[in-house]
Design a protein around this ligand. Sequence first.
Ligand code: EPU
Length: 429
Amino acid sequence: MDSMRIKGGKPLTGKIHISGAKNAALPLMAASLLTDGGLTLSNVPHLADIATMANLLGQHGVSLGLNGDHKNNGHTGRVMELKAEKITSITAPYELVRKMRASIVVLGPLLARCGEAKVSLPGGCAIGTRPVDLHIKALEQLGAEVVLENGYIHARAPKGLKGTQIVFPMVTVTGTENIMMAAALAKGETTIVNAAREPEVVDLANCLVAMGAEIEGIGSDKLRITGKDKLHAAHHDVIPDRIETGTFAMAAAITNGDMELIGGKLAHLNSVARILAEAGVSMEETPQGLRVRRANGLHGVDVMTEPYPGFPTDLQAQMMALMCVAQGASMITETIFENRFMHVPELRRMGANITVHNASAMIRGVPQLTGAPVMATDLRASVSLALAGLAAQGETILNRIYHLDRGYERLEEKLAACGADIERVREAA
Ligand code: EPU
């Protein structure tokens, strides 16, 4: 397994191009299952999770072409052409779903298009139990018969799905996406109450509209979808990755650097910018993106994760790394996932002072972290350790970096271009 060697202590300066959003691109790719007309996506990031979704769609019969690079804001994102002329298999097998939970987003589109879908039940994962009961219940409300057999969700709606009102008892991002896609081909009108409002959900809704879907209330917590018999071909540009943007913003802040994040959108990061401002870090809009630097020391602040537009759980670990070197104390409360503090013991090994009590972590800032060999069990925890390594004195070896490759495009190249001393160490074959 490859690892990353980081020698800390260098302030990061310069420009980084933000890639297309992983969590927007994954459901957008699944939306190609809804039409035989073809879907062209541009600004698709080059990531392991995208390759997993491409494999999965390929085995459902979707033909897939990568069509060169697309210039966006000076950086190149890939153009992906997906065509689901005929669905050849309605099964999403265990071997692929266990690699990536987001595979669950093929359930709604397959069921709506084919009247049947069999998707392996995702198991628990490093950050929590992560059930999909709300996806299943909502599909049943749309008229599907769902049985759980041999580890698979087997959903059938031979006469098609029928619009109704779905009230989600808690906000679910991929749940909202699955139901929105299913409802786009259902008979009549579906209302989703307490819908997720994440920019990735908005991006999917906009793409579905470009494919001929009728959706009202986009960006709000109440979506009204009028089902169509058929959707058609479309082209859609994936939004920039707000979590990558926030991660690099924290890299600038933790190293006392000054970075411009090209393509980064402040409008998607308002809660993060507010918290960072309180901590003494400024995020200003520039003609091309966002400039981030410390404006005024670095102070401990309290943070609670929430569904959008609140502070994202996907930036919680990175924020904690930053708070490890802030002046004063900080309390970080995780409300979305029950087991998302796996970075804490590793940050402690680097000299951080953190105490966890239930869903809250109390961080008392230390003047300096020190490098250490560390490893993480999920994507965001891994990158938080990379951030800590960039600020630490001495050498950090980050192990199990396949997690990073799932969600960060060329992380070490982007950071090195801004002055970081970071390199990938390939495991000898
Ligand atoms: N939940 C249920 N039942 C369900 C669905 C969700 O109890 O049927 C619970 C979850 O266990 C969790 C909460 O509801 O406690 C919210 O989960 P949600 O469904 O919103 O998460 P998700 O859709 O599985 C997406 C992102 C995650 C991100 C979360 C929260 C994708 C592909 N994944 O997951 O991204 O953390 O929303 O914003 O969009 C990551 O990129 O590192 C990542 C984990």
